[in-house]
Structure formats: C-alpha cells, structure tokens
Design a protein around this ligand. Structure first.
Ligand SMILES: Nc1ncnc2c1ncn2[C@@H]1O[C@H](COP(=O)(O)OP(=O)(O)OP(=O)(O)O)[C@@H](O)[C@H]1O
Length: 257
C-alpha cells in the first residue's frame, strides 16, 4: 500500500541548541521523492538541521511542519504517528534498552509493533537481516557483542521494520566497512524506491551520497551554498566549502570533476 503523502517541511528554519547554527534553510521531504543528501564541513550544522526537523529541538526561527502540524508541538497520538512515520538512524547505534537482547528478538518486536499500529507488511526478520547483510551468525547473539558496524546495520533494519514514510539518516554507516557500505547502499536504494520512502542522508561519505542521492545540498555555516546532483555540484565548485569537498573527494567521486 503506498504511503499517504505527508510532507515534512522546513521553511526559513533557524536552529541550534544555543545559537543560530542553521540559518534560514528550507527543505521538503515527501514520501515518493528520491533521496536527498546533506553534506558539508564538520560543524556546518547538519545534525542541528536534522534535530530540528525531527522536533528534537525547537526552531529559533521559521517552521518545521508535518502534514501542516508544527513538529515540536506534536503531542499524544499524533506524536506517536510522527515517531512511526519519520524514523531517525544515527551513527550512535541502536535504540534498544536491553543490550542483552538479540537482533532477531528486536526485529520481531519491531515487526509486531508495526502490524499492531496498522503499518503491516509481509516483510520478515530474514528479509530485514538480508537487507543489511546480517547473517544467521548474528541473529541470536546479544546486541552488546555485535561490532559497531553490525549495530549500525541492525539500527537501519529496525527503522525499516516499521515501514517509515521518511528516513532521516545521520552518518548511518560510518562504522561499516567501505565494501559493504556500497552493497548496503544498493539494497537500501531499491527498498526506499519500492516503498516510496523519502530519505534525508547527512554524511561525510561522498561516495555513499553519490550512490544513494540524486539531489544533494551542501551546508556551510548553516546555509545551503550549493544544491543539485553531486556531478553538477562538483563540476562547478564556486563556494570555498564546495571546493574543499571536491579536493577531498575520493577517486570514485572525483570522476565527476
Ligand atoms: N548540544 C549542543 N550545544 C551547543 N552547541 C552545539 C550542540 N550540538 C552542536 N553544537 C554546535 O553546533 C555547531 C554545528 O554542529 P552540528 O553537529 O550540527 O554540525 P555537523 O555539520 O553535523 O558536524 P559534523 O559533521 O562534525 O557532525 C557546532 O559548532 C557544534 O559545536
């Protein structure tokens, strides 16, 4: 069943914990659209932008809305709906309270919750494990014994288990080895396309962005200084931050210059 077209929308957003780190950004994420990449120097405000879009911080100016409702003011059942529809995966691993629990137990729990809340699907635990290249050797070990990269892959599978409409990814595969990262990007790309999941991916991994995201925004000092395909951005690096990115880009991405 296709997702309802509920857009997560930032308009002239100013955000940051204690100062204006994000300065006047507008961005829409609508289920069915192709993945959007967010790149930029360290400290440029990528995570701050994601936090504000998820309602985890209150905007200092402008708005973040979901289906017209102000995100940081969502309460009760509407907040629960938002939490199921818009899922975050960060580099810091898994939102699991009991780290003695196992991958298969947590994935089963996530699928059960998804069915109970009307987000049913025919996806199985094995499908989800396959998607992030976790094998039978991983499914019954305590989560605390999985490597950092394995835990990141499980976090991604747990987010996908609830059939989100929008995935907000903050360095989701930073601990995964590069060869496997490419393969997971390919699998993820096909799932988000088939299910119409909108993706916002913040990362320093230009190769991952180039594989997954037809549209990319470069954030520098809290504003978008370039937007477009990775090829177009690197072909005409006008802003100094984009020039720096182009210089540092790995060989696979350099071919666009
Ligand atoms: N909790 C916080 N309190 C105060 N300042 C913060 C907080 N979190 C981030 N900042 C500051 O906001 C600025 C932007 O940080 P942010 O993490 O959004 O950037 P980023 O682009 O995601 O960086 P990186 O690529 O290094 O992860 C930085 O100067 C950072 O020190």
């Amino acid at each position: 069943m296709p997702h309802p077209q509920t857009t997560l929308s930032a308009r002239d957003l100013w955000a940051g914990e204690s100062s204006d780190v994000v300065r006047g950004v507008s961005l829409d994420l609508t289920p069915g659209q192709s993945p959007v990449g967010l790149i930029g120097p360290m400290g440029s405000g990528k995570s701050s932008l994601l936090f504000a879009m998820l309602g985890l911080t209150k905007p200092r100016g402008g708005t973040v809305t979901w289906g017209g409702s102000t995100v940081h003011r969502l309460r009760g059942s509407r907040k629960k709906q938002f939490g199921a529809a818009v899922r975050r995966v960060s580099q810091n691993g898994i939102p699991v309270a009991d780290r003695r629990s196992t991958a298969s137990r947590e994935l089963t729990r996530a699928l059960t919750t998804a069915r109970r809340t009307g987000r049913s699907s025919s996806t199985t635990v094995e499908d989800l494990m396959d998607l992030v290249l976790l094998g039978p050797q991983h499914d019954s070990r305590p989560i605390s014994t999985l490597s950092g990269g394995e835990q990141q892959r499980l976090a991604l599978a747990l987010a996908l288990a609830t059939r989100p409409e929008i995935l907000v990814l903050d360095e989701p595969l930073s601990a995964v080895d590069p060869a496997m990262r490419g393969e997971i990007a390919r699998l993820l790309s096909s799932v988000v396309e088939d299910d119409g999941i909108a993706v916002l991916l913040a990362t320093h991994d230009l190769e991952l962005v180039e594989r997954l995201c037809p549209t990319v925004h470069v954030l520098a000092d809290g504003t978008f200084v370039a937007s477009g395909s990775m090829r177009d951005i690197l072909a005409a690096p006008e802003h100094p931050a984009v020039r720096d990115l182009a210089e540092a880009a790995p060989r696979a991405v350099q071919r666009f210059r």
